[in-house]
Ligand binder design. Sequence first.
Ligand SMILES: [Zn+2]
Length: 244
Amino acid sequence: MNTENWEPTSEDIEWTLGHLTGIRIGGVWAPGGTGLEYERTGDEELTLRRITQHPESGEMHRRVLATLESTDWIVEESQAEMVVPSLNPQEAQFQELLRQQEIAAQWDCPNVECDHKLVDMPLEDGMWETQGMQAALDDEGKGVEIERWVVSLECDECSTQFQIDPQDYGLLGGDDLFFQWRTPTGTFTVLTREQVVDLVDGGVAAEMCAPLGSTHEGEPVPPHIRGTYCLFAKPPSDSGGEEE
Ligand SMILES: [Zn+2]
């Protein structure tokens, strides 16, 4: 990270405000992978709850402060807990993932009148959707175009339809769902090398498996699934309504 001269752009400010106003009061905001946790404690108040003793965590907090400086939002910092990360990077990463999953398990339906938890919704019905190329910044702060994807979900309590970030979908559903792609003709599930070996040795790969490129039957393939070898399963044939 270039730590010296970072200044928020108007898009950064707009994005952050849009994100914060989408969190209900009492909700947690933990910007991905930074070891920071904030709670929205008022209409325009954010309280820092946890910060990790790591330069990137400190820098990200500084950026949050810089981004909100020109807005009406205030950031309360006095009650923050300083977390010392494990010296083993793998262990630290694992702890951070567990923490993120714990937070994700608290997310509830975007419909304010419904408090059904996202983690209890039928996540396996999530549909990957592309929103086309969008402007973004790379690690060095240069403007680039990236393909933006979301996962569409439906609340099974109130039928609200909404979209979440692929990373958040992975946190909620784990790798099993993250590496699955449902299409109108069937579902692709990414195989491990061991699974490919078993299916090929068993002589069934030709009928059950397929490699994926950038598109499949005219549909763009989600980027993280491109170039993988998948199990392909047709949807169970409907004969008189779905099972509940
Ligand atoms: Zn709902």
